[in-house]
Design a protein around this ligand. Structure first.
Ligand SMILES: *Cc1c(COP(=O)(O)O)cnc(C)c1O
Ligand code: SF4
Length: 352
């Protein structure tokens, strides 16, 4: 067994075995229901980063009874089921598809968008016949040029399985780019072994997008994992989820984005929280994300600035949300506000 597998195997999955100082208060029947619906898994690596109840890492990892009181969110928040022509494959945009290849994660994030799929074999079956059907679908749909592998976390599969899946997709002629979404860089960076990196680098152009939500996740181990991947020529992107009490502040997001850029991880998206059932207590007002973006545009390098986006609840996809800098567009000119708040104009092309 590899080191990362041993760490994962030592995960806490029963609330009773969580250290007393990190317990989520009352051990109510509601909390048990919450965990039965979406399991607890917190591995020893992530556990040692948590300092106290209610801190940004505790909130992400530890279940609370409030998850079970949520009535305003929904089961399939991105309308993925109706856009799934083949099991585990979501085809929403013409040129790219999402393919779910794992139902496990190194930690179960309490705000997960895909709670309905993740955490048990019952929620999402991983049949090889379904994977073959997905490959057939990709071969037939020549308009698809990019495959996003996600889950769950694809990097929780064993090396051999990852190699096999990547090689099958890589050999489909119309697929020119593979992207892997994995949170292991934050939640279990030891997963990025030299052996895994040697497999991944055979399938370029291969991109990895990860999810760091708070500067406390940027440990020496996480930095090392990013370094190994970047050194193997794998461009790294980051998708942060805006979460109440965790990172909903301009200063925290600024620090996170700055540090990620230094780690060769390009901030890609900042997401407004999806309406995933049990996550209402994490949701922030839209204005708060817009205000954070105003702060980033003013204070941060363009390289470190992500796109703030919302994924529409009816399955319509991602929509970028930007602060409104345009004041007026007329046939004569564009009037806009610059980053410092000054009013500027730009003349239109004059028609002959
Ligand atoms: C997010 C997503 C993608 C990728 O969108 P990008 O904007 O290219 O990152 C593709 N398919 C589905 C179903 C998605 O949810
Ligand atoms: S790693 Fe991603 S898929 Fe897994 S629980 Fe966290 S948010 Fe959900």
């Amino acid at each position: 067994m590899e080191e990362w597998q041993k760490i994962l195997q030592a995960s806490i999955t029963d609330i009773k075995t969580l250290p007393a100082r990190l317990q989520p208060g009352e051990n109510s029947p509601l909390l048990h229901k919450v965990i039965a619906d979406f399991p607890l898994r917190i591995n020893p690596y992530f556990l040692q980063l948590i300092e106290e109840v209610g801190d940004p890492l505790w909130l992400q990892a530890i279940p609370q009874a409030t998850e079970g009181e949520d009535c305003s969110c929904i089961y399939d928040p991105l309308g993925e089921e109706k856009q799934s022509p083949v099991p585990n494959l979501v085809h929403k945009y013409p040129d790219r598809v999402l393919l779910l290849i794992s139902n496990q994660c190194a930690m179960y994030c309490r705000f997960c968008t895909r709670k309905r799929k993740v955490g048990s074999a019952k929620k999402m079956k991983m049949r090889s016949s379904d994977f073959s059907a997905a490959c057939d679908y990709l071969k037939k749909h020549k308009e698809v040029s990019e495959v996003l592998l996600s889950g769950g976390d694809p990097l929780l599969l064993v090396d051999e399985k990852i190699d096999e899946i990547l090689s099958q997709i890589y050999n489909i002629p119309n697929i020119s780019v593979i992207r892997i979404g994995s949170r292991t860089l934050s939640t279990l960076p030891m997963r990025i072994t030299d052996r895994l990196v040697a497999i991944l680098r055979k399938y370029h152009p291969l991109y990895i997008n990860t999810q760091f939500n708070h500067p406390k996740e940027l440990t020496e181990e996480a930095k090392k994992a990013c370094r190994k991947l970047a050194d193997a020529g794998i461009p790294l992107g980051n998708q942060t989820v805006l979460l109440k009490g965790v990172n909903d502040s301009p200063q925290i997001i600024e620090e996170l984005m700055r540090s990620l850029l230094q780690m060769r991880v390009k901030p890609y998206y900042l997401f407004q929280g999806d309406l995933s059932l049990g996550t209402n207590h994490f949701r922030t007002p839209i204005e708060s994300g817009i205000a954070i973006m105003r702060h980033l545009y003013k204070n941060l390098s363009g390289m470190a600035t992500p796109t703030f986006a919302i994924d529409a609840p009816d399955g319509s996809g991602k929509i970028p949300l930007t602060p409104d800098y345009i004041k007026e567009i007329s046939s004569k000119s564009l009037v806009f506000e610059n980053i410092q708040g000054n009013i500027c104009t730009y003349p239109q092309v004059q028609q002959e």
